[in-house]
Design a protein around this ligand. Structure first.
Ligand SMILES: Cc1cc2nc3c(=O)[nH]c(=O)nc-3n(C[C@H](O)[C@H](O)[C@H](O)COP(=O)(O)OP(=O)(O)OC[C@H]3O[C@@H](n4cnc5c(N)ncnc54)[C@H](O)[C@@H]3O)c2cc1C
Length: 320
């Protein structure tokens, strides 16, 4: 007897795993993807190396990385957490290795290898894949999802799984359609906000030093004069603001705070030095370069790309 008919919309990581698993459990599965290729975003993950999961065993520590809403994921991760993810990929023949920060990567190759394993999973389950087919709408009858309207086609099913991704990197196909489908099915959808992304700033100076990668700096998020969050590490100045690990990591909190009055960012280029030590250091540099112009006296202290910015901010004549 043929199993229930399951239609999965979206052929990213989630859709491929959902389709393969439904097939494994006996369903007849059809996977619908609007792109020609499956897993376009997966190819970009971990700079092409695909950071599969994290080997952190303590669930509280693992969830803390997701911020205050991490608790929402507790039940999902309790059923299928990092250990199950590793077991799952191992069952597909993928060897993994653990790197700095307990990050897990394929032992050989990168994202492509992960995608190939998922292709095999789909093949094993005889999942029918419809490529270049965009799902346009979900039809609900008597409170139940009955049909998906695709471009030029309709698909009926006993169950539908929506795996259309979020809204990041829309070029990969994830344009947020799933929110519309979920709303139609009666779910309450919270307006999505950006996270783990570069930050656009109103400040005019970062574009002047764009491309500059600042190491060992600190970035603080300040609200009403109080530091509410702080990161230490690498920050990249871009033509629109800031990027790099510490900016990306803090982006969700910056977005949350950006609507409030009195919120701002503080960039400390020398966080390891106290104000007194820094003052003494600048004094020594001025003495050392006393016969040179002001701009040249800053060259031991700052990267070249930041000197014109600092000159402008300090209002000191560069040739003084
Ligand atoms: C640059 C970058 C690096 C990343 N690095 C990592 C990493 O190292 N580790 C990690 O765990 N995560 C990483 N992520 C996040 C990870 O890639 C995503 O969480 C993951 O790909 C989400 O999978 P998904 O299947 O939910 O959605 P997606 O991968 O976005 O897939 C959704 C699919 O649905 C299709 N679709 C959308 N709408 C429709 C429609 N109407 N009809 C038909 N098909 C549709 C899309 O074309 C797409 O193929 C990274 C993300 C980016 C952008």
């Amino acid at each position: 007897m043929a199993g229930p008919k399951v239609v999965v919309i979206g052929g990213g990581a989630a859709g491929m795993i959902a389709a393969g698993r439904a097939a494994e459990l006996g369903a007849t599965v059809m996977l619908v993807e609007k792109n020609q290729t499956l897993g376009a975003k997966l190819m970009l993950s971990g700079k092409g190396r695909c950071n599969l999961t994290n080997a952190e065993e303590d669930m509280e520590t693992f969830l803390a990385a997701y911020g205050p809403n991490g608790k929402f994921l507790y039940s999902a991760f309790s059923r299928f957490g990092p250990a199950e993810t590793l077991q799952f990929f191992s069952s597909l023949g993928l060897e993994t290795k653990v790197e700095r920060g307990k990050r897990v990567f394929p032992a050989h190759g990168g994202a492509e290898r992960v995608i190939n394993c998922l292709f095999d999973y789909l093949k094993r389950g005889r999942v029918a894949v419809l490529r270049n087919k965009e799902a346009l709408n979900l039809e609900i009858k008597d409170g139940k999802a009955v049909r998906f309207i695709l471009r030029g086609q309709e698909l009926e099913g006993d169950a539908f799984i929506i795996c259309t991704g979020g809204k990041s990197f829309p070029k990969t196909g994830s344009t947020g359609d799933g929110y519309r489908f979920a709303k139609r099915a009666g779910h309450h959808v919270i307006t999505p906000a950006p996270a783990l992304c570069p930050v656009r700033l109103a400040e005019k100076w970062p574009p002047q030093a764009r491309g500059l990668n600042l190491r060992n700096v600190s970035l603080s998020l300040v609200k009403e004069g109080k530091v509410i969050s702080k990161r230490f590490g690498e920050l990249l100045l871009t033509h629109f603001g800031i990027s790099g690990p510490i900016a990306m990591d803090m982006s969700r909190e910056i977005e949350d705070a950006s609507a409030s009055e009195g919120a701002g960012l503080l960039l400390d280029l020398k966080p390891a030095l106290s104000a007194e030590t820094l003052k003494a250091r600048i004094g020594r540099d001025f003495e050392k370069y006393s016969s040179m112009m002001f701009k040249d006296s800053l060259r031991d202290l700052l990267p070249g790309g930041l000197i014109p910015v600092m000159l402008e901010k300090s209002s000191v004549e560069p040739v003084a």
